[in-house]
Design a protein around this ligand. Structure first.
Ligand code: FES
Length: 164
């Protein structure tokens, strides 16, 4: 087993044993591991199968049913775009199109350079400040739809400068 595979298994085991629900299911276990790793690699599916005393095939069957699970390593940066009712009324839709185009996308997904994951969200919980986006979990409200792309680029640069 590779070092990376061992690290994934170890993180998955910790996420599984930290579940605080009364009823632990395959789905709750998948959610716990997905939250921890950001995706579901084969090693994680294996650990969920062991933990829930089922087979990897059964775990894959549950995991593949839910479109919110991803099975590949996520890009390092995440941009979430709210298209809930309040944001919709305040200009989110044309803004979403501009942001998708800016990242070379037609809809939500990973940018072609695999640097940014662009996701839609039905409400980011700050409706009074619509339209709202989130850049690496930092909320930005009262966004000027015409400035959305430059605001996102600025926040991504700032976030990534902070990492070094
Ligand atoms: S609808 Fe956009 S933050 Fe609630």
């Amino acid at each position: 087993m590779t070092i990376e595979g061992q690290a994934i298994r170890s993180k998955a085991k910790t996420a599984l044993s930290n579940q605080s629900f009364k009823t632990v299911t395959v789905l709750s276990s998948l959610l716990a591991v997905h939250d921890s790793l950001g995706y579901l690699p084969a090693e994680a599916i294996d650990e969920v199968a062991k933990y829930t005393k089922t087979t990897a095939n059964d775990v894959w069957a549950v995991a593949s049913f839910y479109t919110n699970f991803r099975f590949t390593d996520p890009p390092p940066d995440t941009v979430e775009l709210c298209w809930g009712p309040s944001c919709h009324i305040r200009g989110a839709m044309p803004m979403l199109q501009k942001v998708f185009e800016h990242f070379g996308l037609e809809q939500e997904g990973d940018s072609p350079d695999k640097k940014v994951q662009v996701r839609l969200n039905t409400c980011l919980g700050a409706c009074s400040q619509a339209p709202v986006i989130s850049v690496n979990h930092r909320l930005v409200g009262n966004l000027d739809p015409d400035d959305a792309c430059s605001t996102i680029d600025g926040l991504l640069q700032k976030h990534n400068r902070g990492k070094h």
